[in-house]
Design a protein. Sequence first.
Length: 214
Amino acid sequence: MRIESRYNGPTGSGNGGWSAGLFATAAGPGPVEVTLRRPPPLDTELTLVDGEVRDPAGDLVAEVRPTDAVDAVVPPVDAATAAEAATRYPGFAAHPYPGCFVCGPDRTDGLRIFPGRLPDGRTAAPFRAPEQVDDATVWAALDCTGGWTVLAPERPYLLGRIAAVVAARPAPGDDCVVTGALIGVDGRKALVHTSLYGPDGTLLGAARATWIAR
């Protein structure tokens, strides 16, 4: 496995959702939970053996374990509501990782998912599926919208653990909606849920994740 440099999150490391989706795909069918043990390195050959992702030096990058069904559905909103929420995206004013492949405003070649807050505290954003879509794309889309339920420029978090289910992939060019919800905070840990919906409102994927304050 190799995380290409364009799929970065924070500078110099892989986007958590994309990386976890890559590892989950390599692990095979069935729901899995991916725990990131350190920032995933870019442009590095990684191996998955017995549920452990390691770099060429043998250092542990992530653990992939079977998990129960992911019951983490966040209710949808319509496209207009998601687009209006995105105008309030905090990352436009200040962003801890402005070059993030998923939600970085500096990236013209990224997924450009800009989650804004809804009146009930959830986040939502429109998402146009890129020309090439695989399961890692869906995992990536399910990543940052949950994170922005707690992320703030003065309060950076990083993805620590995520479990996701991909019910279906969007077609290239599909206009989708992503929603996120904060479930709870325990010290430095925040539990969030995220869901991805297709143009007709069909649930395409859902995730539960733990984000860790830096």
